[in-house]
Design a protein around this ligand. Sequence first.
Ligand code: GLV
Ligand code: GLV
Length: 324
Amino acid sequence: MKKTVVAYAALPPSCIARLAQTFDLRDFTGQSGLSRKPAFATALAEAEGVIGAGLLWDRTRIEACPKLRVVSTVTVGYDLYDVEALTERRILLCNTPDVLTESVADLSLALMLSCARRIGELERMVRSGHWKRSVDAPEFGSDAYGKTLGIIGMGRIGAAVVRRAALGFGMRVLYDARSDKPQVERDYGAQRRSLDDLLRESDFVCVLAPLTPETENLLGAREFALMKPTAFLINVARGKVIDESALAVALRERRIAGAGLDVFVREPLAVDSPLMLLDNVVLVPHIGSATHETRQAMADMATDNLIAALTGGEPRAMVNPQVR
Ligand code: GLV
Ligand code: GLV
């Protein structure tokens, strides 16, 4: 008998086809409001595997899935999953590292340059017929070339950002991480700093740390006050790493020059968020990994992970391999 698998969120047809071939697939992809749908709860109660993204997997949801053995998230970050509760139940969690590294690094650079060159603001000026005024503006933006970049959380994506920044933009790179990263030091001259020193010295601060109890609200009013008034803050990690209200105040009062944000405390960002009223912030809708190539690669990897885990193979990435 085929094992029951539940799919939700977005998956390309090629992955749905592979899953349907291997499993008794309950397909909820493309549907919203799933937590309120009885059919979804019924399917989860029977499922040995699930694949998807964007749903909270807390203890209550996990307890409602008595047969569950594998959760395959189509994300690299797993802050929505209670790993401890999954591990206690010996449920394997698989994620999608590596395949999105270059796309997220690209977006980090795109946001840095958009902030420094005021792309969002000036684009809005052109569209509203104010070309002349923008050309006359006394202060047009600032260079990224040759500046200091501070990276918070030096993992795989951090290293890909450093490569771009150091080789392409002649930037000096500082980083804050839990341990020394000899390779980026050797290859690109990156230097480890305390968080406070990194904030004081950097022209661009780029947040790439995963959301954990240690990084929640890592940057708030005190930290923004340490930054240069000419500095920019980039966040492509998770919204909750930053105190968003304190950031809005720092931006409004020009205590820092600007910010480029891909992630927010609540997504989608509310239309009445104070950030919406500010010109010196570039806002994009959590698209770090959202390119055709990368989303397909993530979906393929998550599909591979689930099939391998439920058919006795070796998943490509596991968060809690100790349960096997
Ligand atoms: C996206 O934010 C991810 O974690 O893959
Ligand atoms: C943070 O990302 C670290 O590896 O220390």
